[in-house]
Design a binder for this molecule. Structure first.
Ligand code: ZN
Length: 309
């Protein structure tokens, strides 16, 4: 009798233990969101839209942060360590962090989202042709490759939710395409000769190529480089020559260089104003319209049109 009881309890315990382990595994597989870490918020926006409830996204670089100069802090290393997937832009945008990503690559999915963009579409730095321009998110047709890279990695690591990722990505890409059409229509309001975009650093080359602007950045592709008096004078001449009314500051770059252009133009008798602040390498505050990719892009389009038309 006693023996039978012990055996029964034993079975009962095995039953309970076995059952609860199995349940936990099932729950983990289907409901625990993937931990995704991105560098710039533009990538985080794509992950959030495609991943929805299946992802928990952390963007290391917030509003106003310059990715060229960004250095990982201790908390970042821990965040990256705990991630299931890491997405970064690549093409040396995240200058200081390249080595960290190379190390992380050995034990988890670590993807430069620019990797699928055809090489023929990439632009190089006119001053040093071996350097590729990393600011690919301002040409929607190019950024779509990065969005697809995010989608494909999420599906690879979590195939159970493939349908959801595919559908969300299709919706997101359709939203971006509508934005592309909106931009092209609005830019028609600017006289063709005045489609000149002067900014603090060269973040808008892909944008210029896509939408027909001549683009001049005072500081080159990276904010690490400086500018000369000669650079400022060349830009002032261009503004006068093309009758351009506005120049732009960037949310993540000092406005010192752009102010020098405005002052210099005034001295030369040409009235140029600061046409507003553009989002270049960083987006706006989370929770605001400009804190989303679409909202940031639209803000830039509207700001440029109002200043230059
Ligand atoms: Zn930049």
């Amino acid at each position: 009798m006693k023996k039978r009881l012990i055996v029964s309890i034993g079975f009962l315990l095995v039953g309970l233990f076995g059952c609860s382990t199995q349940d936990e595994e099932t729950i983990n597989k289907s409901e625990e969101p993937l931990k995704v870490v991105t560098t710039i918020a533009q990538i985080a926006d794509a992950v959030e839209n495609i991943g929805g409830e299946h992802v928990d996204v952390t963007s290391l670089m917030g509003p106003g942060v310059d990715p060229h100069l960004y250095n990982a802090v201790q908390g970042d290393i821990q965040t990256l360590d705990q991630a299931d997937i890491i997405f970064y832009n690549g093409l040396h945008l995240e200058g200081q962090m390249g080595e960290i990503f190379e190390q992380m690559e050995q034990d988890k999915t670590t993807t430069p989202v620019s990797e699928n963009i055809p090489e023929s579409k990439l632009l190089s730095d006119p001053e040093s042709p071996t350097i590729t321009d990393p600011h690919v998110w301002f040409d929607i047709s190019m950024w779509s490759y990065s969005v697809e890279a995010v989608r494909d990695d999420l599906i690879n690591i979590d195939p159970d939710n493939e349908e959801s990722y595919s559908q969300n990505a299709a919706d997101y890409l359709a939203e971006l395409e509508a934005l592309d059409i909106y931009a092209k229509e609005r830019f028609e309001e600017i006289p063709e000769e005045s489609r000149v975009l002067v900014t603090a650093h060269d973040a808008f080359n892909y944008f210029g190529k896509a939408y027909g602007f001549e683009v001049v950045g005072l500081q080159g592709l990276s904010t690490e480089s400086d500018y000369s008096v000669n650079d400022v004078q060349k830009i002032i001449d261009l503004l006068i020559d093309r009758n351009v009314k506005g120049v732009f500051v960037e949310s993540s770059v000092s406005d010192r260089s752009i102010n020098a252009v405005v002052e210099g133009a005034k001295e030369a008798g040409h009235d140029v104003s600061i046409g507003g602040e553009l989002y270049s390498d960083a987006m706006g505050e989370a929770g605001t319209e400009e804190g989303t990719y679409a909202g940031m892009f639209k803000h830039n389009v509207d700001t440029i049109v109002e200043a230059l038309k």
